[in-house]
Design a binder for this molecule. Structure first.
Ligand SMILES: Nc1ncnc2c1ncn2[C@@H]1O[C@H](COP(=O)(O)OP(=O)(O)OP(=O)(O)O)[C@@H](O)[C@H]1O
Length: 587
């Protein structure tokens, strides 16, 4: 547990701590150990607030904290939530102070998207995209501070975007919130001294993962929620959310003022030397000097794997990935394999190929109904309902069991219920549909098998093997990136994708793809393809050979890959999320 700098930063006596580390160096783990260290200094009534960005990240951090603290200390002393959930908590507990109705239904991420689509439906893709971007930009700019509705209205009028003005006027008339309103209202409420003091008394410490993804508004909320001790961990090299309002440089400057010089970690607990070579090559292109090393380089069989391969078509590429995944999983049934594309549109080939590969366990991360926790919730609820219960009954039972402040889970459940409804119509009954859902009993966030996802959803996660298809121009970098800053962010996206790998990373491209109209067109390789090829010693043939050698080494069939043991294997939790999530104060 001691990092190479000497003392474990998690045990630093400093009230405020900033830690920076490249991928896999244990930032999330550090937060868990920091929580243990901070527990001793809490007052009996106090808790630690752990803030993340997404539900997946919340699940990841929750799992680590739970494992490190144990269920009792965890449920008594820790509240893990994401920023929107925390903001919703604050509004529900104190909204009346500013004339907000706390009973207002909490919005999902798509509430605004639906409102915007009224103004973009029927337009061609390009004009629709530009109009949506302009509307979002106007609304985001108008709401990224502790502004009241009048100030938002004035800012929108000044922006000149009449669509944004109409959307905001409709929102006010309907008395609803959009996702973006939650943070500004929470920020306004925390400007009320008495309210901020309540939170600061309640939360003896705040922990924030991935500080590089913070917007100044989120930073303000985190700082106002706890004053005694603040810990921020992150990695500017993994900053890939500037389009969503993150301001890594500005936030890091402010954090250095509060926390002083950052502690730096440089040893990777996650990845093999072969994977780290690729990560270091990409980091070097970002002018980063961090030479990431494996904590146990010799423990990885054959040093891990890094390969590139080119194919004639997207279909051929996808079929080849299915074949390699099949070989890996038949030798190592517990292996986790991430197939990560930069963007959803480039996934159609692998989506189709894995749909045909019924022998493989495969999860699509953008389908709410494939989330294990959600599946468990649905199956358990169906089992409790009378046999003749209908979809409406199921919907109200499922949604009624979710903390109303947990806006992301609420939205995920709504999506999962729509997907389940389609399944139930096909299957003939709720029970028959529930019987078709697959529950994985292990508590781990990442289950054995294949996971199909996009770059941004994979943030903070890890897989034994990572395949990155689609290393072509327009997909990587994204065709819409043209400024130097946007291109640097695209390269950071590449870094995030390849650094999810533990044992092996495989990067591929197709020379031709099929257009929406069904016509084949030639692609060009990504401008970063040569960088990747230089860092990857293997090709399609030598990779296949590597996999068969690993298999024939006689590793136990139930192991994920014959690599160093990982602390993350495995947590089983008895603690229900909802029983933990009480954190409102001042009621
Ligand atoms: N001190 C440690 N001892 C043993 N294993 C560790 C330690 N720190 C981290 N690990 C393991 O290494 C892996 C990577 O750690 P972690 O996810 O915390 O890294 P990270 O810095 O948050 O990565 P990223 O920035 O890519 O999200 C995990 O499996 C974790 O359990």
């Amino acid at each position: 547990m001691i990092q190479e700098t000497g003392l474990d930063p998690a045990c630093s006596p400093a009230a405020n701590l900033l830690a920076i580390a490249p991928p896999g160096c244990g930032k999330t783990e550090l937060l868990a150990r920091r929580a243990v260290h901070l527990l001793g200094g809490l007052q009996p009534h106090q808790r630690i607030l752990a803030l993340t960005f997404s539900n997946r990240a919340k699940q990841n951090l929750r799992e680590r904290l739970l494992r490190t603290l144990g269920p009792q200390r965890f449920s008594r002393h820790v509240r893990v939530t994401n920023f929107h959930g925390h903001a919703a908590d604050i509004i529900r507990a104190h909204g009346r102070t500013l004339g907000l109705d706390p009973a207002t239904p909490m919005p999902g991420r798509s509430t605004l998207a639906d409102a915007i689509s009224l103004f973009t439906d029927g337009l061609d893709i390009g004009p629709a995209f530009n109009r949506r971007k302009a509307i979002e930009a106007a609304l985001t700019a108008a709401k990224q501070g502790p502004y009241d509705d009048d100030e938002v209205r004035e800012a929108l009028a000044a922006s000149g975007n009449t669509f944004a003005q109409q959307i905001e006027a409709k929102r006010l008339a309907e008395g609803i919130f959009h996702y973006e309103d939650l943070l500004r209202h929470a920020q306004r409420l925390l400007r009320v001294e008495e309210i901020a003091r309540l939170y600061q008394l309640h939360y003896g410490a705040v922990l924030v993962d991935e500080f590089q993804d913070l917007s100044p508004q989120q930073l303000d909320i985190a700082l106002a929620s706890s004053s005694a001790s603040r810990t921020f961990v992150g990695d500017p090299l993994q900053g890939i959310f500037s389009w969503a309002g993150a301001r890594p440089a500005e936030v890091e400057r402010e954090l250095r003022n509060i926390c002083g010089e950052p502690r730096r970690l440089t040893l990777s607990y996650r990845s093999s030397p072969a994977v780290l070579d690729v990560v270091n090559h990409v980091a070097a292109r970002l002018d980063d000097v961090a030479d990431l090393r494996s904590i146990r380089p010799d423990a990885w069989p054959r040093g891990g794997a890094a390969a590139t391969a080119s194919f004639n078509s997207g279909g051929e590429e996808a079929g080849w990935i299915v074949d390699r995944a099949t070989e890996i999983l038949s030798a190592f049934p517990k292996a986790t394999i991430g197939v990560i594309t930069r963007s959803g549109w480039r996934r159609k080939y692998v989506d189709a190929a894995f749909s045909d590969a019924a022998h493989l366990r495969c999860q699509r991360w953008d389908l709410a109904i494939e989330d294990n926790a959600m599946v468990q919730r649905l199956v358990a609820t169906v089992a409790q309902l009378p046999r003749q219960a209908d979809m409406e009954r199921l919907r109200s039972a499922v949604l009624g069991g979710i903390d109303p402040s947990d806006v992301d889970t609420m939205e995920q459940a709504t999506n999962a219920l729509s997907e389940f409804e389609r399944l139930a119509i096909q299957a003939g009954s709720l029970a028959a549909a529930a019987a078709q859902l697959r529950i994985v009993e292990e508590g781990s966030a990442i289950e054995p098998g294949v996971h199909l996802l996009n770059a941004h959803t994979g943030k903070g996660q890890q897989f034994d093997w990572v395949f990155v298809p689609g290393f072509e121009d327009w997909h990587i970098p994204d065709g819409r990136a043209d400024t130097a800053e946007q291109l640097a962010e695209e390269l950071r996206v590449v870094l995030v994708m390849v650094s999810r790998a533990r044992h092996g990373v495989v990067i591929t491209r197709a020379r031709s793809l099929i257009s929406k109209a069904g016509n084949p067109y030639a692609t060009r390789e990504s401008q970063w393809w040569p960088v990747i090829v230089e860092a990857c010693p293997m090709n399609a043939n030598t990779l296949a050979q590597h996999i068969s050698e690993l298999a024939s080494q006689g590793a136990p069939r139930d192991e994920s890959v014959s690599a160093p043991p990982q602390a993350s294997e495995q947590v089983r939790t008895e603690v229900a999320e909802d029983s933990v999530a009480t954190g409102t104060v001042g009621q």
